[in-house]
Design a protein around this ligand. Structure first.
Ligand SMILES: [Zn+2]
Length: 277
C-alpha cells in the first residue's frame, strides 16, 4: 500500500507541475502580448515637429503605388542626414529592427485613439530607412518623442524618411500579403490633419503587440519592397593577375558612385515603393 500512496503522490505532484507550467506560460503570454497605454491625444508630423516645418513631401501617398510619404529637409541634398524623427503620437513601439533589403532600420509604433465616432481604434505608424533607431519594442513613446534619425538605408537612397500609417495592424514588415490600397493604409498627411487634437484620459488600454503576419524574410517579402529599387552596383572585381595599378579602379568607382548619388538627388532614381510606370 505504501507504493500505491507514493504513486498517487507522484501523480498529484505531476498535476501540480502541469498547472504551474500552464499558469506561468499563460501569464507570460498575456504579459508579452499587450502593453497598457493611454489613448493618443493627437497626431503630429514626424519631422519638423509639430507641423513638418522646414520639410516637404518629395513623394506622396498613392493607393496601389507608394503606400506612404517620403519626407525631405528643405536644406537640400543630404543635409537632412541624421535629422530627428519623432513619434507621430503616443503609442507602443511594436517593431524596431534593421529589416535590411529596401527598408533598412524601421520602427513601427501602434497607437490607440478615440475616432470620430467615439469608438476606440488603433493605427500603426511606420518609419523607414532610418540612420539610427532609438525606440525599442514594448516601449511607450509620447507624441513628439525622438525615436530615430533620418537616413538613406546605407546609401541606397537620397536621405529621406519613408512614413506610413496603416489601418490594418497585421501588416508589420510583411506588406506583400496585403492589398496596397485604402482598405489597409491611410494617407499619412490626411490622417494626421484629421486627428491633430483628440480626447484622451488617464485610463490605460491594452495594446496588442503580436498581431503581425509572419515575416519570414522570404524572397517574396523582400522583393515586393525592392522590386524597383535602386540596384546597388557591385564593385568591379580586380582579377588576381590584373595589370591594373592598385589605385586604378578606385577612381572609376568613385565616379560611378558620385553619378549615382547625383541621379538620386535629382530624383531620377527613386526608392523601392514606386509603382511600375
Ligand atoms: Zn517611400
Amino acid at each position: 500500500m505504501k507504493g500505491g500512496k507514493s504513486i498517487i503522490r507522484s501523480a498529484h505532484c505531476l498535476k501540480t507541475l502541469v498547472w504551474l507550467l500552464i499558469f506561468l506560460i499563460g501569464g507570460r503570454l498575456v504579459a508579452i502580448d499587450t502593453i497598457r497605454c493611454q489613448l493618443a491625444d493627437g497626431f503630429d508630423f514626424p519631422v519638423g515637429k509639430p507641423n513638418g516645418d522646414n520639410y516637404y513631401k518629395f513623394r506622396g501617398y498613392h493607393a496601389n503605388g507608394h503606400m506612404g510619404e517620403d519626407w525631405n529637409g528643405r536644406g537640400g541634398g543630404d543635409s537632412d542626414l541624421g535629422a530627428p524623427i519623432y513619434a507621430t503620437a503616443r503609442g507602443v513601439v511594436v517593431i524596431s529592427e534593421n529589416i535590411g533589403a529596401g527598408w533598412g532600420n524601421c520602427i513601427v509604433v501602434r497607437h490607440a485613439y478615440r475616432d470620430e465616432t467615439g469608438k476606440i481604434a488603433m493605427v500603426d505608424s511606420q518609419y523607414g530607412h532610418l540612420h539610427q533607431r532609438i525606440g525599442r519594442v514594448g516601449q511607450i513613446v509620447e507624441k513628439g518623442q525622438l525615436i530615430g534619425a533620418m537616413g538613406s538605408n546605407n546609401g541606397m537612397y537620397a536621405v529621406h524618411l519613408h512614413f506610413e500609417m496603416r489601418k490594418n495592424l497585421h501588416i508589420g514588415m510583411n506588406r506583400s500579403q496585403f492589398a496596397r490600397d485604402d482598405t489597409n493604409y491611410y494617407s499619412p498627411t490626411a490622417f494626421i490633419n484629421k486627428h491633430r487634437v483628440l480626447q484622451s484620459s488617464p485610463q490605460k488600454y491594452p495594446i496588442p503587440t503580436g498581431l503581425f503576419a509572419p515575416y519570414g524574410r522570404s524572397l517574396a517579402d523582400a522583393r515586393i519592397d525592392t522590386g524597383n529599387a535602386v540596384q546597388v552596383p557591385v564593385l568591379p572585381s580586380i582579377k588576381p593577375d590584373s595589370a591594373l595599378p592598385a589605385a586604378g579602379p578606385a577612381d572609376d568607382d568613385e565616379d560611378f558612385w558620385s553619378k549615382l548619388r547625383a541621379r538620386l538627388k535629382q530624383g531620377k532614381v527613386i526608392d523601392g515603393n514606386q509603382p511600375q510606370q
